[in-house]
Design a protein around this ligand. Structure first.
Ligand SMILES: Cc1cc2nc3c(=O)[nH]c(=O)nc-3n(C[C@H](O)[C@H](O)[C@H](O)COP(=O)(O)OP(=O)(O)OC[C@H]3O[C@@H](n4cnc5c(N)ncnc54)[C@H](O)[C@@H]3O)c2cc1C
Length: 473
């Protein structure tokens, strides 16, 4: 019998599966799609290759979580360091997010001058550095006692950052800066949204500081597309089952039976990388279903609308842009678009002379459920976003070789989830309310961006690290 069946090959599933396999446990990784990586995969459509969602690798740095886990698996990715990590464009002003604080401050001061800028960004920087230097926290949820004991491991963190944990970021900014322009507020708002997945008024300043400050750490471009990370991580695994969807899971006395459309597989333990909102559907057992029901209220129905483009151009583009417009785009939750370009030397993801472009914006998945106007809305938004990207980045119509869009419905069809970006790290959704990597049901575990710790490479990998600690592996 298999020791660990891992369902789903996103960041969480692939990394825990590769880790367990490397440690000698019999592990099988199941993925519904032909491509590994879920939101962070790379897919091919009509011969064109695109990153599905994630485009930036954060946390691959000495002493940081992603590098630690890759090292344990024995995987060394092919990367290009990205500095500046993002160019933020707002009203024609370009603000590069340089890794060095002083260099970035110069750009901010030029575009959004304020006497308190230095003090503000120094604080953001210091909170990040102090946080990444802290170790020892873990989160267990399999019993109330274990949960309370694990919460004690956060006391040093809570004690150190208590001032910033209690206050929402909007109030903090008003207290700190006094009045600031609407433009600068939007600049801050849109950067927090892409990391914390929530608005300034919903998140405490500690979360906002980590979100605003992640670019002070190393960020990387992945050569060949993000999907290469998953192929690399799982390369020496003995059992990776692509195009294999787990449809139901039976819980028996001492083990589980996983069903696909044409076979049954027995496993002692299961690690689910499906979202906390979808996982309950895999079981018939009422006790297990009830466990998942209690987390339904965390679902914020937030998702992404995507624009994928291949462009042939002699112009030089940076890897990542955040384009901030004045008004919220129709059918979306935001006025900011995140746009990523492949590296001009990367001929794996895009033919020579071409760029593969992935652009995303926040939306509400419920707005895409009505069949009657779905097509029309999708085409309308695709056109609006295409125009915005082309106008701001000066891309001519004749340079566009191919483009297409994806809605929350598209994500549901391919990777079995329409809620994207994980659980927003709001003041309401903080520990101890967050689902854990262990559960009260023996043998069922979770990894991914809807359980501890958070979304994105570093957030999901913190959960993987937590799980290996809880499993004592
Ligand atoms: C538009 C967008 C842009 C982003 N940009 C970045 C970025 O630049 N950098 C960053 O760090 N993060 C980014 N993120 C966040 C990051 O991509 C996600 O938090 C992360 O990829 C989620 O990983 P996960 O482990 O939760 O797995 P998921 O990505 O949710 O993958 C789960 C996998 O499980 C499979 N699966 C589900 N159910 C079954 C089943 N029953 N049987 C078999 N397989 C199943 C799915 O097909 C899928 O492949 C972005 C997210 C989005 C949506």
């Amino acid at each position: 019998m298999i020791e660990y069946a891992v369902v789903g090959s996103g960041i969480g599933g692939s990394s825990i599966a590769a880790y367990l396999d490397a440690k000698g446990y019999e592990t099988v990784l199941f993925e519904k799609e032909p491509y590994l990586g879920g939101c962070s995969s790379t897919f091919i459509h009509k011969g064109y290759r695109y990153n599905t969602g994630a485009t930036t690798l954060a946390g691959y740095q000495e002493g940081h979580i992603v590098k630690n886990i890759f090292d344990e698996i024995g995987f060394k990715p092919e990367l290009i360091a990205t500095d500046p990590s993002i160019i933020i464009i707002q009203n024609g002003k370009r603000t590069p997010r340089y890794q060095k604080l002083e260099k970035f401050l110069e750009a901010v001061e030029h575009n959004y001058p304020h006497p308190k800028n230095r003090e503000f960004w120094r604080l953001v920087y210091d909170i990040g550095q102090e946080f990444y230097a802290m170790h020892g926290q873990y989160y267990a949820t399999s019993s109330r006692l274990k949960k309370y004991l694990s919460m004690a491991s956060f006391f040093p963190l809570l004690f150190k950052f208590q001032r910033y944990l209690r206050i929402n970021t909007l109030d903090f900014i008003k207290d700190f800066y006094g009045e600031i322009s609407k433009e600068y507020m939007q600049f801050l708002e849109s950067q927090v949204l892409i990391v914390a997945q929530a608005k300034l008024k919903e998140v405490n300043f500690f979360t906002a500081a980590l979100s605003l400050g992640y670019t002070f750490n190393e960020t990387h471009y992945v050569i060949g597309g993000m999907g290469k990370l998953f192929d690399g991580m799982t390369a020496s695994m003995k059992q990776v089952r692509r195009k294999t969807q787990i449809t139901t899971i039976e819980s028996l006395d001492e083990h589980f039976v996983l069903h696909t459309n044409n076979e049954c597989i027995e496993a002692k333990n299961i690690i689910l990388n499906s979202t906390i909102y979808q996982s309950g559907k895999l079981f018939r057992n009422e006790k297990i279903k009830n466990y998942y029901k209690r987390y339904e209220k965390l679902n914020n129905y937030q998702s992404s609308f995507m624009l994928y483009m291949t462009i042939k151009s002699n112009k030089k583009f940076e890897h990542h842009y955040q384009l901030i417009e004045d008004k919220v785009f129709p059918h979306t939750l935001s006025n900011a678009l995140f746009v990523s370009f492949s590296d001009e030397s990367d001929n794996v993801i895009s033919p020579q002379g071409c760029y593969s472009v992935t652009a995303s914006i926040h939306t509400d998945l419920r707005w895409w459920e009505n069949k009657a106007d779905y097509r029309q809305k999708k085409e309308e938004l695709e056109g609006i976003l295409l125009k915005s990207v082309c106008d701001i980045l000066d891309i001519k119509k004749e340079e566009i070789v191919h483009h297409m869009a994806a809605s929350p419905k598209t994500f549901q069809r391919y990777i079995n989830r329409s809620q994207l970006g994980g659980n927003a790290i709001t003041m309401k959704n903080f520990l101890p309310k967050l689902p854990g990597n262990d559960t009260p049901i023996d043998g069922i575990y979770h990894v991914g961006d809807t359980v501890y710790a958070a979304q994105g490479w570093p957030g999901v990998m913190l959960g993987v690290d937590n799980l290996r600690r809880l499993l004592h592996v």
